[in-house]
Structures are given as C-alpha cells and as structure tokens.
Design a protein around this ligand. Structure first.
Ligand code: PGA
Length: 266
C-alpha cells in the first residue's frame, strides 16, 4: 500500500494584508519546522510572491485559491495558471464550494481549470462536497460522484496521480459543525473506491484525500486518524499562526512520509 504524505493546507480566503502576512509567516515558520508532513498556505493573489519568498528554505508551500481556465486572454480581472507559478505558487485550490456558490464555478469549469493547472506544473487541489439539503435527501454519494466524474473527466491515471482531492461538506464550512470522524472516514473510503473504479487501485492509493470543514486544533488529530484521511483543508483556524501550527503539529497516529518536493507536480 502506498504511503501517502500528510498534508495540511491553510486557506486564508480574502483575509490578510502584506504586513499581516509577513508577521504571520515569521511566527509560523519556527512553529512548524518539524512538521510531520507538508504544510501549505493558499493565500490571496497579492500575497503569493511575498509569501513564497519568505517561505524559501522552509517546508511551507504557497498556493492560490482559484484561477482562470484559459491560458491567457481578454478576461478582465482574472489570473492565469502560469502567472501563479511565476509568482511562486506550487498548488491551486479548485472548485471550492464558495467559488461554486458565489461565482458560478461548475464541474465543467473545474475540469478545464484542472487541465490548465496540470499543463502549468501547478498541483490542483480539487474540492467536492454536498450541501446539507443534499445530505438530508440521501444524495451525498450521488452528488460527490457527479462532481468527481465531471470535474475529473478525461484525465489519464498518470495525470490523476498529480491531484490532491479535498472533501469539504458544505454544511461544515465556517459553521463550527464538523463532520464526525466516522462520517468523514466513510466518505473518504467511498471516494477512494470511486478513484479505484475510475482509474485503478495504484492511482487511488497515491492520491491524498483531505478533509475540510470547521477543522480546529481540538478535532484535527481525531480527523487525521483514519487511514483514508490524509490531510486537512483549514479555513478559519488557519488565520492564526498559533492555531494553524497546533493543527499542523497534531499528534501523528499513523505512519507519515516526509515529502521533499510535494508542492510541484512532476
Ligand atoms: P473552515 O473553512 O475551516 O473555516 O470551515 C474550510 C474551507 O473553506 O476550506
């Protein structure tokens, strides 16, 4: 069985100015220098270059929270994959539920963005997750399988092995309502099976599956315990370097690997 790296991503969303980010990183860097796995921060576009510079020589990878699905063009206000890599981003979050809900990001758009990211050596972190109404209607599996099959349509197993996937139940994001470890574990196992059926067992074993939704220092260790939960995507609690470091350093209950250059798809 593949040993997947433990990955903790902080998603700053639309928070932090340049001086705030600088002081955050100065605090965080020494706190996570012995982190058991990969530490990642998805920061606003304006902070990518500065954060990537400050993170040189540390184990922290810097990424973006979205990007456009075209390589370049007359798309006022948008940003292209190669602009992100040029600024120092090594990964990009795609299909986050806030992008789907507030900015009309569909699975077809996510699919094109994944394609752009892979072409530009930017690791795609593809988010999927059901709403409360969908869960209550017993449609969790149906929704997740649709999101996966449409947003990951047409990729080879080799391409799929560059992906990270985040399961973020919409009802758990920013609500303080965390999925129980058992509930998250069940969904992660289901996603792993879907990956096996869609590509093959080897590919399914390689792709890290992250959980996101109201992750805090006091629930991080339990959420990381199941074999199929390889990491966490943290919103609110990643805004404080101390809280984020506590999540990053949550006790390790299963073997982890220490990736040297996990930030970049190879
Ligand atoms: P939260 O956000 O940790 O504040 O719930 C998670 C996310 O949106 O990625």
């Amino acid at each position: 069985m593949a040993e997947r790296p433990r990955i903790i991503i902080g998603n700053w969303k639309m928070y932090k100015t340049h001086p705030e980010a600088e002081s955050y990183l100065s605090t965080l860097i020494p706190l996570v220098k012995d982190a058991p796995g990969q530490v990642c921060l998805a920061v606003p576009f304006t902070l990518i270059y500065m954060a990537a510079q400050q993170a040189i020589g540390t184990s922290i990878a810097i990424g973006a929270q979205t990007m456009n699905d075209a390589s370049e063009g007359a798309f006022t206000g948008e940003i292209a994959a190669r602009m992100l890599t040029e600024a120092g981003a090594t990964f990009v979050i795609l299909g986050h539920s806030e992008r789907r809900r507030f900015f009309g990001e569909t699975d077809a758009i996510v699919q094109r963005k994944v394609q752009q990211a892979l072409q530009n050596n930017l690791r795609p972190v593809v988010c999927v997750g059901e709403t409360l109404a969908e869960r209550e209607a017993g449609k969790t599996e149906e929704v997740l399988h649709r999101q996966l099959s449409e947003s990951l349509a047409g990729f080879t197993a080799e391409q799929a092995q560059q992906l990270w996937i985040a399961y973020e139940p919409v009802w758990a994001i920013g609500t303080g309502e965390t999925a129980t470890t058992a509930c998250a574990e069940e969904v992660h196992r289901n996603i792993r099976t879907w990956l096996t059926n869609h590509w093959n067992a080897e590919t399914a074993e390689i792709i890290p599956l992250l959980y996101g939704g109201s992750v805090k220092p006091d629930n991080a260790a339990a959420l990381l315990e199941p074999q199929d939960i390889d990491g966490l995507l943290v919103g609110g609690a990643s805004l404080s370097p101390q809280l984020f470091a506590n999540i990053v350093n949550a006790p390790v209950n299963s073997p982890v690997t220490h990736p040297s250059s996990i930030g970049n798809p190879s």
